[in-house]
Design a binder for this molecule. Structure first.
Ligand SMILES: [Fe+2]
Ligand SMILES: [Fe+2]
Length: 276
């Protein structure tokens, strides 16, 4: 299967019509048997060749435009923010500082290191980020909202983390969903699943949700400095970090199911936990 076809199947899965800013084919080519991983390094490319794989599909951006434009895909968090009731101007403002940090950090990095290695090896190499994260956000959110409705308005934050553990990837992951701000025994209130869109939006984004009636925000991960900020915040609310590898595995397993159904031979590894 050509890398372009793989990309198209990923876009179709997520209901996207264009390749998002953080997703890219670095070395195009035909793949029959690929390693699928959350991260990659040059060793992974070399191992893939040694073990007879003819392609590598990674989740996180590996260089080039996909890495340099990661901050742009964060604009897609505006959809989740405004849907939850945050005004668009306030949502943009809340995103700004984290977006600035991501842009400046990636600007420092060597964008061609990994792509150049894959080119030298003539190894078809691509990353699929936002399409997988969007699928993952939907899968988790549908499950969580349905189970919260069944539990009723008294559902606690602890109930919410228990509900997350009903999803196979969360049950299989070594990390557990963690309540990093707030009380597990408190009511969860309105819950927002803020997973897709580059990376987490930082403390300002979580506060924006809280300010507009969201009781509990779920993110994949959150930096310690942001967690400490939020614990001191005048706006009160709960933050659950669901777990990075558990969440990313949900999106990658969805993609793997689609690609396998279309005949690709895939080996998930490097942090992808089973989805069944
Ligand atoms: Fe992800
Ligand atoms: Fe990730």
């Amino acid at each position: 299967m050509h890398t372009d076809r793989i990309m198209q199947l990923a876009l179709d899965m997520a209901g996207l019509t264009e390749v998002p800013e953080d997703t890219q084919v670095y070395v195009p080519g035909k793949i029959t048997k690929a390693l699928v991983c959350i991260d990659a390094d040059t060793g992974l490319l070399s191992i893939a060749r040694d073990l007879g794989y003819d392609g590598v599909i990674v989740h996180h951006p590996q260089g080039d435009e996909a890495m340099l434009n990661l901050h742009l895909v964060m604009n897609r968090q505006l959809l989740t923010l405004t849907k939850a009731g945050v005004l668009e101007d306030e949502a943009r403002e809340a995103l700004r500082s984290r977006q600035f940090g991501v842009e400046r950090n990636n600007h420092m990095r060597n964008w061609d290191y990994m792509p150049s290695v894959a080119r030298l090896m003539r190894m078809p190499f691509m990353n699929i980020h936002y399409p997988c994260d969007l699928m993952m956000e939907r899968i988790v959110d549908v499950h969580v909202q349905q189970r919260l409705t069944e539990t009723g308005p008294a559902a606690t934050v602890q109930d919410l983390t228990d509900i997350l553990l009903e999803i196979p990837e969360f049950a299989h992951a070594k990390t557990r969903p963690a309540v990093v701000v707030g009380d597990p025994a408190a009511p969860a209130g309105k819950v927002v699943t803020a997973f897709a869109g580059g990376t987490n939006g930082g403390s300002a984004v979580v506060e924006a949700y809280w300010r507009h009636g969201v009781g509990t925000v779920m993110t994949l991960h959150m930096e310690v400095a942001d967690i400490l900020n939020l614990r001191q915040s005048e706006v009160k609310g709960t933050l659950v970090v669901a777990g990075h590898m558990a969440c990313d595995s949900v999106g990658l397993n969805a993609l793997i199911r689609v690609l396998r159904a279309n005949g690709l031979d895939l080996t998930p590894m490097g942090g992808i936990v089973p989805g069944v």
